[in-house]
Write a protein that binds this ligand. Sequence first.
Ligand SMILES: O=C(CO)[C@H](O)[C@H](O)COP(=O)(O)O
Length: 159
Amino acid sequence: MIVSIGSDHAGYPLKAKVVEILEANRVEIIDHGSYTPDPVDFPDIARLVCNSVRSNQASRGIMVCGTGVGASIAANKIPGIRAAVCHDIHSAYQCVEHDDVNIMCIGAKIVGEWLAKDLIEAFIKAEFSTEEHFRRRVRKLELIELDSAKELRAKLSDF
Ligand SMILES: O=C(CO)[C@H](O)[C@H](O)COP(=O)(O)O
């Protein structure tokens, strides 16, 4: 499995631990930064992580910011991305099993490294369910995305 990771400055200290946890689980990592504790805007890193998942360079992504919230907002604006803030283990695996989440967002100010380990292991080991009702709901999410893109396209055609 290949996982893309990224953080802003607030998530930077925990990202080192994320690398360690993924390596211990024999996961290949694509690291999109931040590489220093200097301030960086989470949308810029989220774009890199999500684009590598969209283009199938990685099958999943993990983003770390202060709360996980900003990263998830940014990620969910990118077509094909289903991102979730996960600070409990149940959500970390059910978000994949039920909702086919491909980006997990963690808040470095919220969780410690031991909980981060459990969250990451739950997320990477989970698989999307084959049950039809979950698949139908994800197709409906894709339809919402498609409708929004069509609305935007219609608006832009006025220019
Ligand atoms: O959690 C975050 C977004 O949800 C960011 O990490 C947080 O807002 C960064 O704040 P600052 O630039 O003041 O360190």
